[in-house]
Design a protein around this ligand. Structure first.
Ligand code: ZN
Length: 139
């Protein structure tokens, strides 16, 4: 699998990009800039670009493995929580705190598993196979 040298669109640092990604990618971001993402000027545009897959972010494999669970958890929560809360709010309102937490935790796990394997819409937005292929991660 070929990689090419590119420059980070945000700080100019040299970084690598898998060749096959070049066509669909508008800009690149190095890992250091990702860690300073709070300082980006146009945060909304950045988030839009990330969602649309227009930014290639170079995350070292070791870091990727460390952060994947967190990234997935955030993405999935963003995508399903509001809808879930709307559907279940009345049903769970009489539960005590512990049982409410347990119920939502269980829903979360269910949604994570369901979304990873069954939901084509979710897979389109966040393609696990693509990510692993690009970063050559072997599970
Ligand atoms: Zn950078």
């Amino acid at each position: 699998m070929g990689v090419v040298k590119v420059n980070c669109s945000f700080c100019g640092k040299e970084m690598e990009c898998p060749k096959h990604m070049l066509k669909k990618i508008g800009s690149h971001m190095c890992f250091e800039c990702l860690n300073n993402v709070e300082n980006i000027q146009d945060k909304n545009k950045f988030e839009e670009d990330v969602k649309a897959g227009r930014i290639h972010i170079d995350i070292p494999t070791s870091e990727m493995k460390k952060h994947l669970p967190e990234i997935f958890a955030e993405q999935m929560t963003e995508q399903v929580f509001d809808k879930l809360w709307e559907e279940r709010e009345k049903e769970v309102k009489n539960l005590d705190r512990k049982n409410l937490a347990k119920e939502m935790f269980s829903e979360g796990i269910f949604n994570a598993i369901y979304n990873l394997f069954e939901n084509p819409e979710f897979n389109g937005k966040f393609d696990l196979n693509e990510i692993f292929k690009e970063r050559e991660i072997n599970l």
